[in-house]
Design a protein around this ligand. Structure first.
Ligand SMILES: [Zn+2]
Length: 275
C-alpha cells in the first residue's frame, strides 16, 4: 500500500514514532528510500478476510461470526478484528447489519441505485440490461453444468421443486424464480460473478417481479417459465454445458421478446418502484 508509506516527511514521522535518531538526518532525507511500515495484526486479519472473500469461501450476503468469535478463531485481539473490519468496510467489502453483525457485500449500493435510475429513465436501457443479464446467466449456467458441486445442484433442484409445487402460493413466484437463478450463480463457482450479481441483484430481482406479475402474468406464462426452468435444471444436472447455456438463453430470450413488445410508457414500472 504505497499511500501508507511516510515518504513525504520522513524526519517528522520518525521523531513522532520514536524510531531513528536526529544524527541520521542526512540519511533520512534521501528520497530514494522510505520506511517500510511494520505490518499490523489488523492488516493481516483484513488480508486474510479479503482472501476468503476473493476465493469465494465467504460469499456476498453471508454474515460473519461476531468479533469475539473471529478473534478466538484467528487467535488475535478483538481490537485487531474490529480494525480489520473497519478497513474492509471502508473498501466496500463488508457492511454492518442492523443487528450489529457484519455481512459480506460486493459494494456498491450507489451503483445499483444509479443503474436503477438509468433503466427506469429509458426503455432501451432496460432492454440492454435484460440482454446483458441473459449473456451473464447463460455463462453461469454453462459454468454450473461444468463445475457445480453435487450439493449445489441439489439446491437448484430443490428450488425448482418449490416452484413446481402446485400448492405453492403464486405470490411467491418472483422470489422463487430469483432464488433459482441465484442458486445457479452459486453453483457457477465464481466469486467474481457472485459479487457482480450482488451489485446487480436488486435490480434483477425487481425485474424478475415485473416479468412474473406484470409482463407475463398468466397461468400459461407460469407453465412456460416452469418448463424453461426445468430445461435449465436438467442440462445442469446432466453436466451438459452447451445445453445449459442454450436453455438459459432460451428462457431469458422469451423475456427479452416480451420487453421488445412493451410500450415505452411502461418502462418506469419495469425498473421497479421506490428507489
Ligand atoms: Zn427464471
Amino acid at each position: 500500500m504505497p499511500d501508507d508509506r511516510p515518504n513525504s516527511q520522513p524526519t517528522t514521522r520518525r521523531a513522532k514514532d520514536g524510531r531513528g535518531a536526529a544524527s541520521d538526518l542526512a540519511a533520512t532525507q534521501d528520497p530514494r528510500f522510505h520506511e517500510i511500515p511494520r505490518e499490523r495484526v489488523a492488516d493481516r486479519v483484513a488480508q486474510e478476510l479479503l482472501r476468503l472473500i476473493a476465493g469465494g469461501s465467504l460469499v456476498p450476503g453471508e454474515r460473519l461470526p461476531g468479533e469475539r468469535q473471529l478473534a478466538q478463531m484467528m487467535n488475535v485481539s478483538r481490537v485487531s478484528v474490529r480494525a480489520a473490519l473497519q478497513q474492509l468496510k471502508a473498501q466496500g467489502l463488508v457492511s454492518a447489519t442492523q443487528g450489529g453483525s457484519t455481512r459480506i457485500i460486493a459494494s456498491s449500493e450507489s451503483l445499483d441505485r444509479g443503474l436503477g435510475r438509468l433503466v427506469r429513465a429509458d426503455l432501451r436501457n432496460l432492454l440492454d440490461l435484460a440482454e446483458l443479464r441473459a449473456q451473464l446467466e447463460a455463462w453461469a449456467a454453462r459454468r454450473a453444468a461444468r463445475l457445480g458441486k453435487p450439493e449445489q445442484i441439489e439446491e437448484i433442484a430443490r428450488l425448482f421443486e418449490v416452484m413446481a409445487d402446485p400448492a405453492r402460493d403464486p405470490k411467491h413466484k418472483a422470489e422463487d424464480d430469483f432464488a433459482f437463478h441465484m442458486a445457479i450463480a452459486r453453483a457457477s463457482d465464481s466469486p467474481v460473478y457472485l459479487h457482480l450479481l450482488s451489485v446487480l441483484g436488486d435490480i434483477f430481482s425487481e425485474n424478475c417481479a415485473f416479468h412474473r406479475f406484470e409482463l407475463c402474468p398468466t397461468p400459461a406464462d407460469d407453465r412456460r417459465f416452469l418448463a424453461e426452468h426445468r430445461a435449465v435444471l436438467e442440462a445442469i444436472r446432466a453436466g451438459d454445458e452447451a445445453a445449459a447455456a442454450r436453455a438459459m438463453m432460451d428462457h431469458l430470450s422469451s423475456v427479452i421478446a416480451a420487453y421488445s413488445a412493451l410500450p415505452e410508457r411502461t418502462a418506469s414500472a419495469a425498473g421497479g418502484n421506490g428507489r
